[in-house]
Design a binder for this molecule. Structure first.
Ligand code: ATP
Ligand code: MG
Length: 411
């Protein structure tokens, strides 16, 4: 169905003409052959970017030079973007990112890609073109480097992580033995990669339906320890339980929750990790909450739990409860204590998901109206009153809080 898309038909007519050739390549071809949903459609063409832009403009199609130096132009039709990339050949590499020049040879273009399953093309007639044995590997769900694995990895060490990422999503059985060994041999080169590329690749790996097997092979090959030394001690044993809980309870896969499951919940170590992989501020804060937010004990009352929700925010508490619940669920068999704990945690999770944060009824204006001068004292008094209000399980109303003000201001 994706192939009959009128926008795609239009692009074929536009670019497969007057000496130009164009084919769909990469994820769209791979996924459709595997019977999986097709996301973005990437196109490869023998036309140079300037000509792609010219033809698009002449046809009234918007052309955005998203990566013109790598030969990529994004053509936008009815709001959908198609990345059109001119065929390339590698000229030199420093092992961090391949340098490329434009070319017109499909075989060369296929051979400079990383994995056989990513190097299949579909031409304008819908014909699949396999230049590197990708079809057989799709059939057997084999994730395999094109050509000599050590050589391909040395051109771009990120391919080590891509190997495990694509194995996590599309691989069956074991990873290709030659590829796995080459990844193990290259592990100490991973530190030459930029943190941004590593983390972006790891995130994509972590959201696979089940990243557990890929993580095990990463650990076995020593690659995981290079990227996430924090997992060494704590292990990745929590992943199967988390995946089972996600599937049973309909939680959507989250890279950060899965990462949190496999690293120590320790402020310092989480900060080191966040800094090393250059996580965004929001991502680092999310992780830090696993160390800071209280773990809901078996006997935590609703009132105490609501106070935690108020103090730490629902998002953080929900994430912490999810991990605790997943862990409890994986121990329930023949274990009445874990069963009771899982039951209680489910109730708390539901409570957190429905929680509406109460609004503290006083402002700085109220404090000043009671006689305080503008300054740090106002904030201090407000905070003290807010604490009393939280301790009352939010039962003190505006009236009662105002009545407490004079005494608070005196102390
Ligand atoms: P996704 O579904 O994640 O988009 P994809 O296969 O389209 O999967 P992209 O990262 O979008 O992956 O890259 C598009 C294509 O470009 C790949 O299929 C592969 O052929 C090639 N490619 C991308 N990155 C590399 C790399 N580091 N080394 C070699 N080839 C690469
Ligand atoms: Mg893609």
């Amino acid at each position: 169905a994706w192939f009959r898309d009128p926008a795609l038909t239009r692009l074929f007519a536009l670019l497969h003409a007057d000496g130009g050739e164009v084919r769909v390549v990469g994820g769209a071809v791979r996924n459709s052959l595997m019977g999986l949903p097709v996301g973005d459609i990437d196109l490869a063409t023998t036309l140079v970017p300037e000509v792609v832009v010219e033809r698009a403009k002449a046809a009234g199609i918007k052309a955005v030079p998203t990566g013109i130096e790598h030969g990529t132009v994004t053509l936008v039709i009815d709001g959908t973007g198609f990345e059109v990339t001119t065929l390339r050949r590698d000229v030199e590499t420093d092992g961090r990112r391949a340098q490329v020049a434009f070319g017109t040879d499909w075989q060369v273009d296929a051979e400079r890609r990383d994995l056989t399953i990513n190097a299949l093309y579909v031409d304008e007639r819908g014909e699949v073109i396999d230049l590197v044995g990708g079809l057989a590997d799709i059939e057997t769900k084999t994730v395999r480097f094109i050509g000599d694995a050590d050589t391909r990895i040395a051109e771009d060490y990120l391919r080590v992580l891509r190997f495990f990422r694509f194995f996590a999503h599309y691989g069956g059985g074991r990873p290709d033995a030659a590829g796995l060994k080459a990844c193990a041999r290259a592990r100490d080169r991973l530190k030459t990669l930029s943190a941004e590329r590593v983390w972006s690749e790891m995130k994509k790996l972590l959201v696979a339906t089940d990243p557990g097997r890929a993580l095990l092979w990463m650990r076995q090959s020593g690659v995981l320890t290079e990227i996430l030394p924090e997992t060494e001690k704590w292990g990745i044993d929590a992943i199967p339980g988390l995946i089972a809980a996600e599937q049973a309870l309909g939680w959507k896969p989250e890279a950060l929750l899965r990462l949190a499951a496999i690293v120590p919940k320790d402020v310092q170590r989480l900060a080191t990790l966040s800094e090393r992989l250059r996580l965004s501020k929001a991502e680092a804060a999310y992780l830090e909450r696993f160390a800071l937010a209280p773990k809901p004990g078996d006997s935590v009352t609703d009132a105490v739990f609501d106070r935690d929700l108020y103090r730490f925010g629902t998002e953080g508490i929900i994430a912490v409860v999810k991990l605790e619940l997943a862990a409890a669920r994986s121990n329930v068999e023949g274990n009445p204590k874990s069963m009771a704990r899982a039951g209680r945690l489910s109730v708390l999770l539901g409570r957190a998901q429905k929680y509406e944060r109460p609004r503290f009824p006083l402002t700085g204006g109220d404090v000043m109206a009671a006689g305080a001068d503008a300054g740090p004292k106002v904030g201090e008094a407000l905070r003290k009153l807010e604490d009393e209000w939280i301790s009352s399980s939010f039962s003190m109303d505006r009236e009662k809080l105002l009545a407490r003000l004079p005494e608070i201001l005196k102390s």
